[in-house]
Design a protein around this ligand. Sequence first.
Ligand code: CDP
Ligand code: CDP
Length: 207
Amino acid sequence: MIIAVDGPAASGKGTIARALARHYALPHLDTGLLYRAVGQALLAAGGDLDDEAAALAACAFDDALLADPALRSEAAGAAASKVSAHPLVRAALVQRQRDFANQPGGAVLDGRDIGTVIAPDADVKLFVKATPTVRARRRHTEMSRAGSTMSFDRILADIRERDRRDMMRATAPLRQADDALVLDTSFLDVNAAIHRAIDLVERKRAA
Ligand code: CDP
Ligand code: CDP
């Protein structure tokens, strides 16, 4: 069983994907981390995020980088959003993601284009969403706990900017697949969202 989980920043897709992977004993890939690693590797090499050739070279990052906690920062998310718009970067990372999706037994992947590009034949596609205000509040809570003093307004502006860039890019933009099941988590806490996700997967499997 391949489960594709897509959605915008802080919609809760990562939390849901991890929970589904645990529930169904499937391996999980957070594909956003790959783009975050490319952005980080490029910046570490002194490159320019708008330089497609340099971004392509950064796709050969060392896998040890995936464990770097710095990849979780909002700055790394913004850098990821810029390098991920380059078609050559997306092309360089497609096979790795498809191989993960197609491993025997199945997998859960979360990102922006899993249901549309990486695994268009996924057994279940979830599109997780929440209002920008709710998503910014979540990120703000998360970041405040981690010691950040970034304001709510700044985080909201960053989220809107990243949404815009991810939805407007020409290659593999963030969009709901035609056959995706929508899960709006705006008014759901983590537990309720996970229960709803499992329920959606079960209904889809029964259908
Ligand atoms: O992966 P994505 O950026 O979409 O979001 P996440 O990392 O799963 O969730 C972002 C934050 O929102 C985390 O701190 C979650 O615990 C929280 N969250 C929430 O408060 N309510 C939900 N229904 C889902 C996530
Ligand atoms: O957790 P959050 O949604 O904030 O970020 P993420 O999933 O780690 O993704 C970071 C950035 O990588 C996104 O803003 C997208 O621009 C890009 N990305 C993508 O283009 N395609 C994916 N499958 C996953 C992430």
